[in-house]
Design a protein around this ligand. Sequence first.
Ligand code: ATR
Length: 264
Amino acid sequence: MKNFLVIGNPISHSLSPKLHNYWIKVHNINAIYEKRKLVESDLKNLIAEVKLNKIVGINITVPFKKSIVPLVDELSESANKTQSVNTIYKKNEKIIGDNTDIGGFEKALKHVGYNVSNKKVFILGAGGVSASIIYSLEKMGVKNISLSNRTKEKALELKKMFPSINIVNWGDHIDFDMIINATSLGLNKTDRIELNFNDNYKNKLFYDIIYNPSKTKFLTTAETKGSDIENGKLMFIYQAQLAFEIWHGVKPKIDTETIKFLND
Ligand code: ATR
C-alpha cells in the first residue's frame, strides 16, 4: 500500500483526500491519500518519511509552500521560478519539489474558455499562491499584471521575482479586465474585502482562488453587480490531476461527474 498525504494548517477544509482517493479507486491503485495538520518544525521529519518510502507523495498547502523549498533536494523549473512547491515525490533517491498550481490555473482558465492574452489582470494578495498565478499568466501571454497586497513589502518581494508586474497600493483603484482574489480573505464566511470598485463591474471576470466556500462575498457581490465569476474549484481539480499523473503515471479524467462528486 502506497501512502500519500496533503499537509497544511489549517487542513480540515481540504478536498484533496476525497478527490485523490476517488481517482485511486477508479484506477484500481493500491494506495491511500490522507491529510495531516502540522507545524513548520515537523517538515524535516516529514521529508525523512519520504526518503524512507513511508510516504510516496505529498501535496503542500497553506502556509508551507515556501517553507518546504529549502528542504527538498531538487526543484522543478516552475517550482524554482516561483519558489513555491505544492507537490513532492522521490526520483532517483532525490526528493523533488514541483509546482502543479501553475498548470492547474492555466487548465482551469482553458476549461472555462477565458483567454488572458490582451487582458489586464489585477491580483489581490502576495501570499503562497500569487507567484504561481503570475508565472502562469505570463506564460499565457497576459497583457499586464497589477498586484496589491495589504503588506506592501511582500508585493515588492514578488516584483523582484517578476519585474514586469505593477504594484498598486492596497485600496487604490485601477482598471482591469480580470481580478483575482489570492488572499485568504473569504475563507471565513464573514470576511469581506474592503475595496470599492466604483460599480466598475461590467464585462469583468472576478476570480477567487478560494473554492470552499464556493461563493465568497467577493464573488457574490460581483455577481450581483453583473460580473462573470469563477471560484478556485477547477484550479484545485486540475492541480490535483497533474500531481496524480506525476505519482501514478495515469491521467485521471475530469468530467462533470468528477466535478459533481466534489460538490456533493
Ligand atoms: P502566506 O503569506 O503565509 O503565504 P497565504 O495564506 O498564502 O499565507 O497569504 C495570505 C494572503 O492574504 C496575504 O496576501 C495576506 O496579506 P498580508 O501579506 O498583508 O498578510 C492576505 N490577507 C490575509 N488577511 C488579510 C486581511 N485581513 N486583509 C487584507 N489581506 C489579508
